[in-house]
Design a protein around this ligand. Structure first.
Ligand code: UGA
Length: 464
């Protein structure tokens, strides 16, 4: 495709980014950081005003510093005026959400809205780049959709450029990504997208659009599968008296397996793995194909989430009237995101049973309190505390749902010292069995023997 862009080699590239969530905002800020001129578009006025003041709508390490620096130097701006932003852009990145629908499919309505706005706004040739996670074939449809609604006689081509950032390390994951995947259908789009990414100096894998779309799902679902596999093995370890931590360590020396994402726990959460596994399963079903492995990963994960609650239910007659310390609410450390977090599955179960939950999380309590306001909730009560000690003080039982560093730093003895009954259910395998035994804490974790305390004199390892 011949375009005006190819002739202005050394000129600044003007980029518009649609959506200022994790994907859009981080991409926009990082494009500005490497020297492009960026306009981030969002529909929410108040959010735009906050971003102009250097305040990020999401909690992400290092993001606000880069927002402030690049706003000051004029490299990034924020607006609700999509028309101007898209009209002036050489490339428009779409980073809006594709949330899960009740049937598991991805909701593409936000993508469609942006595509239509682009079609009605652009006045010069431009490249539209889909960063959002979308079902295979969506890029083709987006291109056709834009062409159908184009107002001016310009050329618009769509490219796929999936995102691989993880929450909590999003800025570094973007600036120092292991790979950039670009999916294009023309030399022009490929060359232009490579030019946009040239300042990052990272490995670029160039494929066609459908393969790029599939790389995103295949990567996320592979990681989800890896976690579910370890959780499945962990459950078997408990039954046969093996230790999942030792098993994972032994496996990790094999370079073909690798050492990452082997941590068993109470299931994967977040905005990506749960959604992307269901979306791929749905996509396969649509094609009449039974994607057995991914289905199994979903099933194992669903069962894993409330595993500790049911284990505790066997140990305790009731949660009614008990003080339950909940340490960690977010789906993982380093984020305030609660989507599909184990706490979201477990806290309602505890409240239903009449527990008085004392929840601690370094950043997640505000968001959690929006769902479960402090005070009476159903049959139970919930209180939010700023110090772990306040949650543990005189507690009857403790659940650990997120491996925040401040929780990991807690010495085992503190449970024995502060709790009324030192009874801990750890969904993240933070402690060694030996230290809990030494501290005389009754301790249940994932894929390991439990530590039972007889009286207060001694603790024993036992199969649970
Ligand atoms: C994930 C991927 O890691 C990113 O590469 C991808 O770009 C992103 O989804 C996305 O599609 O946007 P994220 O959801 O932020 O990133 O979080 P992860 O660090 O991958 O963790 C996901 C879940 O898996 C968490 O609940 C975590 O606790 C769990 N997990 C992770 C385990 O249970 N065990 C592990 O060994 C690793």
């Amino acid at each position: 495709m011949e375009t005006s862009i190819s002739t202005k080699k050394e000129q600044e590239i003007k980029i518009a980014v649609a959506g200022t969530g994790y994907v859009g905002l981080v991409a926009g800020v990082c494009f500005a950081e490497v020297g492009h001129k960026v306009t981030c578009v969002d529909i929410d006025d108040s959010k735009v005003e906050l971003m102009k003041c250097g305040i990020s709508p999401i909690y992400e390490k290092g993001l606000e510093e880069l927002m402030q620096k690049n706003y000051k130097s004029g490299k990034i701006n924020y607006t609700t005026d999509f028309r101007t932003a898209y009209r002036e852009a050489d490339a428009i990145f779409i980073g809006v959400g594709t949330p899960e629908q009740p049937d598991g499919s991805a909701n593409l309505s936000y993508i469609a809205t942006v595509a239509r706005q682009i079609a009605e706004s652009v006045e010069k040739d431009c490249l539209v780049v889909v960063k959002s996670t979308v079902p295979v074939g969506t890029n083709d449809k987006v291109e056709q959709f834009i062409k159908d609604f184009l107002v001016n006689d310009v050329k618009v081509e769509v490219a796929s450029n999936p995102e691989f950032l993880a929450q909590g390390s999003a800025v570094d994951d973007t600036l120092y990504a292991e790979r950039i995947i670009i999916g294009t259908e023309s030399k022009w789009a490929e060359t232009f997208l490579k030019k946009i990414y040239a300042p990052f100096n990272l490995p670029i894998v160039s494929v066609n659009r459908r393969s790029a779309e599939m790389i995103k799902y295949a990567s996320n679902d592979f990681l989800a599968l890896k976690i579910s596999y370890m959780n499945d093995i962990a459950n078997l370890c408990e039954l046969v008296g093996a230790d999942i931590e030792d098993v994972a360590k032994g496996m990790s020396f094999d370079e073909r397996i690798g050492s990452k994402f082997l941590n068993a726990g109470i299931g994967y959460g977040g905005s990506c793995f749960p959604k992307d596994t269901k979306a791929l399963d749905y996509m396969a079903k649509q094609q009449g194909y039974d994607l057995k492995t991914v289905k199994a990963a979903i099933e194992v994960n669903n069962q894993q989430k409330a595993k500790l609650f049911y284990k505790a239910s066997k140990r305790l007659i009731t949660f009614s009237g008990l003080k339950v310390a909940v340490l960690g609410l977010t789906f993982k450390p380093g984020t305030d995101d609660l989507r599909e977090a184990p706490s979201i599955d477990n806290v309602p179960l505890l409240l239903d049973q009449g527990a008085h939950v004392y929840a601690y999380d370094p950043v997640g309590t505000k968001n959690f309190a929006e769902k479960y306001p402090e005070g009476k909730n159903g049959n139970g009560n919930i209180s939010y505390v700023n110090h772990i000690e306040s949650a543990l003080d005189q507690a009857n039982v403790c659940f650990i749902f997120t491996e925040w560093q401040e929780i990991k730093n807690l010495p085992a003895e503190i449970y024995k010292k502060l709790m009324r009954t030192p009874l801990v259910y750890d969904g993240r395998n933070i402690y060694s069995l030996a230290e809990m035994k030494q501290a005389e804490v009754e301790y249940y974790s994932i894929g390991r023997k439990s530590v039972k305390v007889k009286g207060t004199k001694y603790a024993e390892y036992q199969n649970s």
